[in-house]
Design a protein around this ligand. Structure first.
Ligand SMILES: C[S@@+](CC[C@H](N)C(=O)[O-])C[C@H]1O[C@@H](n2cnc3c(N)ncnc32)[C@H](O)[C@@H]1O
Length: 257
């Protein structure tokens, strides 16, 4: 199994583990650090996935600072359980849940989701918000999640693939054909796909500007580590270019076959 620190960093587009202690500082101005809560709320409303009579149980794997979970608790009264390996993110999620008056509906725990998934059961909806291949490729991920979800439950995945016709290649992204083939081989089927639009893409630039400001502060405080922060800014620019121009970002709604 890949080292946890490497897995965390990779999911946040970094690759030098010396950067890890600085990640909470660099991302302090962002609450949403992956998926758009609005897009996920939209897909839940469109498909009436909220029950009027009982509380749905939501599992948010790699929940970051809880932006998606907390928004779902607030909007639908869902009970949410979020797990993330970065303790500062979990602390911020707990604080935000209090701020939004949904702390009774939200539980956030520090953990490695590659281990936690084995014991989790009976969720109505599982969210995988921009966590990449932490649990394996899409087929392996869906296999692992099968046990965690109720038979009529749904999985919402924010991910990206290389569109048909593109000659772009990247080890972290599957081709559209392979992505779809893996889902077809799994026990799940796609109910809906919502593609990211221009306005979401401009948010990458806003996020980058915040990270850049914090990186410059760190460069001033730790001049010997300037290369580390420059490297991270570069990898953010490269990733944003990929997300904007090379891959298709999609929010998928899946249910069991
Ligand atoms: C791009 S962020 C997305 C966060 C959140 N899902 C969102 O959309 O706002 C990826 C998250 O996955 C978490 N992560 C990566 N590997 C993990 C692991 N093995 N166990 C738990 N969390 C992990 C990272 O700490 C990070 O918060």
């Amino acid at each position: 199994m890949e080292n946890l620190k490497e897995t965390i960093l990779k999911s946040l587009d970094g690759d030098n583990i010396d950067l890890l202690p600085y990640i909470p500082y660099l991302l302090q101005d962002l609450w949403e650090i992956g998926s758009s809560a609005e897009a996920i709320i939209g897909i839940i409303k469109k498909h009436n996935l909220y029950k009027q009579d009982t509380n749905s149980k939501i599992l948010d794997l790699g929940c970051g600072k809880g932006a998606v979970s907390i928004s779902l608790a607030k909007e639908f009264g869902f009970t949410v359980y979020g797990i993330d390996a970065v303790s500062d993110f979990i602390e911020e999620a707990r604080n935000k849940a209090k701020e939004w008056n949904v702390e009774k509906l939200c539980e956030f725990q520090i953990g490695d989701i590659r281990e936690s998934v084995h014991a989790l059961r009976e969720y109505d909806i599982i969210i995988l918000g921009s966590i990449g291949p932490v649990l394996g490729n899409i087929e392996v991920t869906l296999q692992k999640l099968k046990k965690c979800i109720l038979p009529a439950g749904n999985i919402i995945i924010d991910d990206a693939f290389i569109p048909i016709g593109s000659d772009f290649n990247h080890p972290d992204y599957l081709s559209e054909n392979e992505f779809m083939a893996q889902i077809n081989r799994s026990n799940f089927q796609i109910i809906d796909s919502s593609f990211i639009n221009e306005s979401n893409i401009s948010e990458y630039d806003d996020s980058y500007r915040h990270i850049e400001t914090r990186a410059k502060e760190l460069m001033a405080s730790y001049p010997a580590k300037k290369y580390l922060f420059e490297e991270y800014l570069k990898s953010q620019r490269v990733e944003n270019e990929i997300l904007e121009n090379r891959v298709k970002c999609v929010t998928l709604l899946l249910k069991g076959k």
